[in-house]
Write a protein that binds this ligand. Structure first.
Ligand code: SF4
Length: 466
């Protein structure tokens, strides 16, 4: 799937014209928010846990260098090989080399946004190594040649009828739309892959510094099979995913499933603390962790935007966002989407390539309210919009409009005229219709202007208040 944030306008138009997808996304998002509210409301001390988790992440980000060194040395003591990847290219090369060294021609993967971020699947395929996604949603979007449309539910935009047709076309099975039968088809398709793969690739929800291990949270058991059946396990994680110690983990495990899927707890919590022990007869012989920077150090250097690195990828902000609910995840043009995607895209890809992303928000604040870490996404989006303007990357018409606005706002007479004129003009239109705004009104309603003008109305209000 050709996806680049440069083409965001085109993707947004396509998404708005696709009513079935809009309906599927809006319904799924609404259901997720309702289940999240129900579960969060029933968890005692929810707000205290939120504050605790926030303070833990804040401390980790402020002392990330120390935590990373502690994590590396404790992982090594546990027999885990730690690799440092400055950017996407070095992460791809590291994983590719490990795959070649163990003779893997096919690898199984559990859901990992970080590997999507670095374009690992395409790289492996180009180098003759078949990557097989084993999370059900990821497996479906991979068969379709798409990227995920949601951080937690990659195939959220598809109906079961769509999935039935994908399995029929790509796996050569009979069409069915029965969820149990569809799951069984995926299970049979993937089981053989698990049994024959020499290498498994996962992400990591958390890296635990003091104990030198990683934690992978999931519901389908595919991650457990990915990290334990093949001879070699590679986990690719962003450097910001660290938490200080095992004692901090339960706080995160309380917030993550409730915010992500409206569950009290996840079905599987995998803690990987090294290769299989001798005599145990199970577990991988080699475990590697690839620590990815890819711009995170730069983000860490910004005292305000650093907060976006606290994200635990629960997806709750997507579900609550009125913009995401209308356009879905693909319209953002990259692997991160929704409110947090709008904030991450320009930071990872730069103000030029990611210039449209910070504008995909109404700044209503629903994302901040629902975020388990209370990340102030609207504030960050404003700063990022400002950076786009300063880098002279805003659109031509936007620049002209802002210049005209600045001109009028600095001249009271001009300002009075431009706020008075539309109201008077619409009085002359047949039926006193709203002021015509071609293009703008094609997709939304425009209210009638006040015929007295803003300045008059404001003065009247002031007099009344006095
Ligand atoms: S920003 Fe907050 S709500 Fe959104 S995915 Fe990250 S942790 Fe979840």
């Amino acid at each position: 799937m050709d996806k680049t944030p440069k083409k965001i306008k085109k993707y947004v138009r396509q998404a708005l014209a696709d009513m079935p997808v809009r309906t599927a996304v809006a319904n799924a998002a609404e259901t997720s928010v309702a289940s999240r509210d129900k579960i969060a409301g029933g968890i005692p001390y929810w707000e205290l846990v939120r504050r605790k988790v926030r303070s833990i992440k804040k401390d980790v980000l402020e002392h990330l260098d120390e935590y990373l060194i502690e994590f590396e040395s404790n992982c090594q003591a546990n027999g885990i090989k730690v690799h440092w990847a400055r950017d996407g290219a070095s992460a791809r090369e590291i994983v590719g080399k490990i795959a070649r060294d163990c003779g893997a021609s096919m690898v199984v993967k559990s859901k990992s946004l970080t590997t999507e971020e670095v374009g690992l699947n395409a790289y492996l395929a180009e180098n003759g190594i078949e990557p097989v996604e084993t999370d059900l949603g990821e497996c479906i979007v991979q068969l379709l040649g798409q990227i995920p449309s949601h951080l937690v539910a990659p195939a959220l935009h598809l109906s079961r009828q769509d999935i039935g047709r994908v399995f029929q076309d790509k796996l050569g099975v009979e069409y069915t739309e029965d969820p149990a039968e569809l799951t069984e088809i995926a299970r049979v398709h993937l089981r053989q892959k698990f049994l024959s793969a020499r290498m498994g690739i996962s992400g990591a929800n958390f890296g635990i510094a003091r104990e030198g291990c990683i934690c992978v949270v999931e519901n389908e058991c595919n991650a457990r099979l990915t990290v334990s059946l093949p001879k070699v396990h590679v986990a690719v994680m962003g450097v910001e995913k660290l938490i200080p110690d095992m004692a901090a983990l339960p706080y995160f495990l309380k917030l993550l499933p409730a915010s992500a899927t409206g569950q009290k707890s996840s079905s599987y919590v995998n803690i990987i603390g090294g290769p299989g022990r001798e005599g145990a007869g199970e577990g991988p012989q080699e475990v590697h962790v690839v620590l990815l920077d890819n711009g995170r150090s730069r983000i860490l250097g910004d005292g305000q935007l650093r907060e976006t690195l606290m994200c635990i990828r629960c997806g709750a902000c997507l579900n609550s966002c009125p913009v995401y609910r209308q356009i879905g995840g693909h319209a953002y043009g990259w692997v991160y989407m929704g409110p947090i995607g709008s904030a991450l895209i320009p930071q990872y890809l730069g103000e030029k390539e990611g210039r449209y992303a910070p504008s995909l928000s109404s700044l209503c604040g629903a994302c901040r309210e629902i975020c388990p870490l209370e990340i102030n996404i609207p504030r960050h989006l404003l700063k990022l919009r400002n950076k786009v303007v300063r880098a002279k990357q805003s659109g031509f018409f936007e620049r002209i409009a802002m210049k005209l606005w600045a001109f009028a706002a600095a001249r009271p007479l001009v300002y009075r005229f431009v706020t008075w004129f539309p109201g008077k003009f619409q009085m002359l239109l047949p039926g006193k219709r709203a002021f015509p705004a071609p293009g703008y009104m094609g997709r939304r309603a425009i209210g009638r202007f006040d015929s007295k003008g803003f300045a008059k109305r404001f003065r009247r209000m002031e007099r009344k208040n006095d």
